[in-house]
Design a protein around this ligand. Structure first.
Ligand code: PLP
Length: 389
């Protein structure tokens, strides 16, 4: 297959191995985004009052088909942290109640739960998940040890940030439902990265970004809420959609989609995204990327004198892998990689561990990884001691 790098707007002089943080939007999708922005400026009144709603419906219908859920069960929002803030503010959690989570969650989510746990008096339990993660049973055993008679809510990442591990959320949601617990799933890294059937996951709440692996412009996320749970979610902003004189859509959407003057152009690009995925045979290209990660993960670990943090299998890994490393100063290493060697790659502190996380996207090629290897050898970042696994 031909090289696809020119379709992306990335700096050609940088070896970009950090798709996971904010994604990268390809040219045709970005042009579609700008087309919507121009349409808005061309006729602000007509666009905001009528045409925008029609375009949103078309985009959401395409997205609902992709996510396998009802288009009336989600709305668009700028990012998953905002989505989770909205949900947690809405929940009637009392002193003594517990939210069960893991010690692998995204930092901004931890902060959100810390903040509201202090405000509302509930306990935010970050259950340790042991590494290396070898089976899903191991995950489930570790996780459920944190559940007790005070647990009310489960908050769980579907694919983690620093450790880049896919967790078995469907199994967790099924058991949580039996136990009468509310489930909130952070699927920031899932859409466009792993197959996703939101309805089958069975969560009360599921949020996922489009701007990471689905390649949308930035600030594009969905917040799905199971129909039965929708009455419990309050809008983050009260605006014209609250008790409107003439309702135009279901209450859940009215309250959450009508939020004052906003530029929602990014939300309108789903048809252009799906066209890009088809035109450039993205599924085939991504399958090749996943194979590369499975092959290269142990090689990088050997090079750095460490070991994978999970069984090297598609069950846990997609287009990212995190290598546990030893370095005194993660920030200095990250800065050296970008400024001295033109490699954009995150070096992430997670508890007492530090990870070098590789993202391998369709615009990368084997030469990028060879260059990273040569650079790491030169840097000699590791006192060759095994990291925390
Ligand atoms: C696991 C996870 N959750 C959520 C997010 C979204 O973060 P934000 O809301 O800051 O865009 C990220 C971003 O990298 C992430 O890795």
């Amino acid at each position: 297959m031909n090289d696809i790098k020119n379709e992306f707007l990335l700096d050609p002089d940088v070896v970009f191995l950090n798709h996971g943080s904010y994604g990268s939007c390809p040219r045709p999708v970005f042009e579609d985004y700008q087309r919507w922005q121009r349409a808005l400026e061309f006729e602000p009144i007509q666009f905001i009052s009528k045409k925008r709603e029609e375009a949103l419906l078309i985009s959401k219908t395409a997205l609902a088909d992709f996510l396998h859920c009802d288009r009336n069960d989600f709305f668009m929002i700028q990012n998953p942290t905002t989505a989770v803030n909205q949900v947690i503010r809405s929940l009637d959690l009392k002193p003594g109640d517990e939210v069960l989570s893991t010690d692998h969650e995204y930092g901004a989510m931890d902060k959100t739960f810390e903040f509201y746990s202090r405000k509302k008096g509930f306990v935010f339990r970050r259950q340790p998940i042991s590494l290396p993660l070898l089976t899903r049973e191991q995950f489930l055993d570790d996780f459920w040890k944190g559940c007790n008679e005070r647990t009310r809510v489960i908050f769980l990442g579907h694919c983690t940030s620093a450790t880049a591990l896919r967790f078995p959320v469907k199994e967790v949601c099924a058991k949580a439902r039996e136990l009468g617990l509310v489930t909130i799933i952070d699927g920031a890294h899932i859409p466009g990265h792993f197959p996703l059937n939101v309805t089958e996951i069975g969560a009360d709440v599921y949020t996922g970004t489009l701007h990471k692996w689905l390649l949308s412009p930035k600030g594009c996320t969905f917040l799905y809420v199971d129909k039965k749970f929708q009455p419990r979610i309050e809008p983050l902003v009260i605006s014209w959609g609250f008790e409107p004189d003439i309702p135009t859509k279901p209450k859940f959407l009215e309250e959450n989609e009508i939020q004052g003057t906003r530029d929602i152009s990014a939300y309108l690009t789903v048809p252009a995204i799906l066209k890009f995925f088809e035109d450039f045979r993205m599924p085939e290209r991504q399958a090749a990327c996943r194979r590369t990660i499975l092959e290269q993960y142990p090689i990088f670990c050997d090079l750095l004198g460490t070991r994978p943090i999970c069984r090297v299998s598609p069950e846990f890994l997609g287009q990212m892998c995190s290598i546990p490393i030893s370095t005194k100063d993660p920030l200095k290493l990250k800065e050296a990689l970008i400024h001295d060697h033109r490699i954009e790659i995150p070096v992430m502190q997670d508890g007492n561990s530090v990870y070098l996380r590789i993202s391998y996207q369709v615009y990368n090629n084997p030469g990028d990884l060879e260059y990273l290897k040569k650079t790491l050898e030169k840097l000699d970042i590791m006192p060759r001691a095994l990291a925390s696994v």
